[in-house]
Write a protein that binds this ligand. Sequence first.
Ligand SMILES: *[C@@H]1O[C@H](CO)[C@@H](O)[C@H](O)[C@H]1NC(C)=O
Ligand SMILES: *[C@@H]1O[C@H](CO)[C@@H](O)[C@H](O)[C@H]1NC(C)=O
Ligand SMILES: *[C@@H]1O[C@H](CO)[C@@H](O)[C@H](O)[C@H]1NC(C)=O
Ligand SMILES: *[C@@H]1O[C@H](CO)[C@@H](O)[C@H](O)[C@H]1NC(C)=O
Ligand SMILES: CC(=O)N[C@H]1CO[C@H](CO)[C@@H](O)[C@@H]1O
Length: 841
Amino acid sequence: MSLLRVRLAAAVAVLAVAALALAADAYNLTKPGSVITYDRRSLMVDGRRELFFSGSIHYPRSPYHAWGDLISRAKEGGLNVIESYVFWNVHEPEMGVYNFEGRYDMIKFFKLIQEHDMFAMVRIGPFVQAEWNHGGLPYWLREVPDIIFRTDNEPFKKLMQKFVTLIVNKLKDAKLFASQGGPIILAQIENEYQHMEAAFKQNGTRYIEWAAKMAISTGTGVPWIMCKQIKAPHEVIPTCNGRHCGDTWPGPTDKDKPLLWTENWTAQYRVFGDPPSQRSAEDIAFAVSRFFSVGGTMVNYYMYHGGTNFGRTGASFVMPRYYDEAPLDEFGMYKEPKWGHLRDLHQALRLCKKALLWGKLSTQPLGKLYEARLFEIPDKKVCVAFLSNHNTKEDGTVTFRGQQYFVPRRSVSILGDCKTVVFSTQHVNSQHNQRTFHFTDQTVQNNVWEMYTEGDTVPTYKLTTVRTEQPLEAFNMTKDKTDYLWYTTSFKLDPEDLPFRHDIVPVMEVSSHGHAMVLYVNGKYVGKGHGTKINKAFTLENPVQVKVGINHVSILSSTLGMQDSGAYLEHRQAGVHSITIQGLNTGTMDLSNNGWGHIVGLEGERKQAHTEKGGDVQWQPAVFDKPLTWYRRRFDMPSGEDPVVIDLNPMGKGMIFVNGEGLGRYWSSYKHALGRPSQYLYHVPRCFLKPTGNVLTLFEEEGGKADAIMVLTVKRDNICSFISEKNPGHVRSWERKDSQLVAVSNDLKPRAVLSCPEKKTIQQVVFASYGNPLGICGNYTVGNCHTPKAKELVEKACVGKRSCELVVSHEVYGGDINCPGTTATLAVQAKCSKRQRTAEQ
Ligand SMILES: *[C@@H]1O[C@H](CO)[C@@H](O)[C@H](O)[C@H]1NC(C)=O
Ligand SMILES: *[C@@H]1O[C@H](CO)[C@@H](O)[C@H](O)[C@H]1NC(C)=O
Ligand SMILES: *[C@@H]1O[C@H](CO)[C@@H](O)[C@H](O)[C@H]1NC(C)=O
Ligand SMILES: *[C@@H]1O[C@H](CO)[C@@H](O)[C@H](O)[C@H]1NC(C)=O
Ligand SMILES: CC(=O)N[C@H]1CO[C@H](CO)[C@@H](O)[C@@H]1O
């Protein structure tokens, strides 16, 4: 018996794819130019040493309306440098076609940094990784004949040089380099090349040397750096990326180069499938203190503000929400205590700047796992000491210069004059806050949905134009214009092919290089499957109802961004590659060479269904839970100024748009190990919204109850303080008295400062206890020691004010007579809100 297949003519058709400076040390950045030099000790601006506290903020990850606030909040957090990568694929989407508008207006971003009197670092790459689509490389580079990315390859080097030169010239035209009076003091070429060099061997070495010379030849007048590149060419400064550069990195081998830390991860970026990520304020402060204690003079927080991977800009599997755990969260709100604790650290280090930049470094072991590192200018009596405890489980006490110090587990204490503790990484004096999401009326008002479904008429082979014997590679087909590619084939079955027993159902097995797919047989939804960030390839196995005669297979394959790391990025593959049907009477049928038809993109994409006007599609009253369906509704902007998010918990997987702007890919059906979607709240910047009639559009692949989607607002109105009287007090500066440096402060008691978000005041003190309270911000409880008048005193000092300061001391609150001699902690939770309007208003 022979199996009759409809052998489809394989014809490849040509596819026409539519195609700071803080007051005292302010530099005058408007003067003709500054010279940036360096030695082992530090970078220097016009010969003057400086400490650099830098934060990464990537301009395309926030609307430009938000840049000014982000930069000023970074400055308020004690930073004097802002860093950004440059993103080649958004600036040159087609070869020779450039875009520097809106979120991509790099020049405007660096000018804003200058207006804030801060320095800047530009990391041009142009390969940047950055969890950004294709690591920043444009798709079209893959189609350049004989190209191999990031190695000694002429086509790549030629295009890389052209782009780097273009960017440098644009920055020069705007006079943005320090040498021209601009803010940019450092520029980066390539990115974490070290492990690529191992893959490309001598070609890699030749390439990285070429890259350094090429960068220098652009003549920026500022030093160039290479991060994570131990054997960097002599012309550039190698820098460290990591979590603990103070303990894991000995510094550049060239002894005339400073210790610069370009990426100190403030958390971990997340991909779909990842559980929440954390890195505590205490741990970051510990690592940064260690770095400065070994002679580091610049740290860059990666990220200081992450923002959003809007539309299709994220790398494979990376969620739209980027480094939400950074000191400024996805919405640009202060994440406390991270933001405040690092601000306090910067202030403490700056207070000790003289010793740090000009003092002589020495170390003193203080016992196993305890160490003192000090910088001292003896004749001037300028000194700073870092006392560290590397024991992760035990607090301890050390004796340093005849005095005893309590050093909590895994901490660094900074002694500003080698005597007075001005900062301890484990003692957080800054306030805490709690983020909450609030239901808005806009969720229920006008909750009327329309739909346009593609799932009822999935394409079959007949409708396709691009036909080959085997399924085609997906990135090659979609050319980064869409995530979606249809694969279709048809085959014929005779009655004797079908299983004789009715309880045997044939199984279809579809294998893909990634990233996800939805399978239809004979126009009916069969199932879905997906890979993961680590294992992008996957196989979908599903029982299928086949019939005698011609059967049609339609597979919608999707990708979630192009990979952003590793060698040979230009060869990465996605999409369906093989398919079989098992359990037929006649054995396994292999359809991999059966003749395949392809359609790039969705019908709704071609018809612009995502736009505010709704495109050329026939919108109809919605029926929910349908796969491959576009849904949309209108909603008004929630009142007030709190950030707005859309809760997509009820949905499966797809894309979300508001007024035609892509907010990113969503994937609520992919649950992480704790049983929750990695991200279900999607940021809608207020500048994307109009007061009324905003259009929310989704393309849903799997089905979901769109009418249960909620419009929410975001607040950080619960502010808290949790400070022990043992914490270091607040030192404002040093003064010389009888040739001794003494701390200038009202007194050296720790202080709690509670401060509401802009335009809000403290309306209520929800909790206050002076004693041994327990819990976390949002849920404190009274311990067994408690002074009765704490709440009343806090209310008196705080209610009705935007911010208030509370001294943490027995002298203020008294003691609990039942707990003599205990060290007390002040815990306060307060609620901020806008002042109540009066009845007449
Ligand atoms: C900065 O330098 C420019 C040019 O040298 C000069 O005109 C200006 O007065 C300076 N500004 C300050 C604040 O020193
Ligand atoms: C180095 O480049 C040459 C061509 O320029 C190529 O033949 C060789 O395979 C490359 N070696 C590696 C390790 O990439
Ligand atoms: C991508 O397409 C090019 C021709 O455009 C072809 O040479 C190459 O082999 C294709 N790559 C894959 C992985 O199919
Ligand atoms: C609040 O904290 C107490 C213990 O301090 C704990 O038992 C309780 O579950 C917490 N409640 C919430 C809502 O987190
Ligand atoms: C040098 C260093 O600390 N590298 C770490 C960076 O973070 C990743 C992910 O958390 C770790 O795997 C590395 O070890």
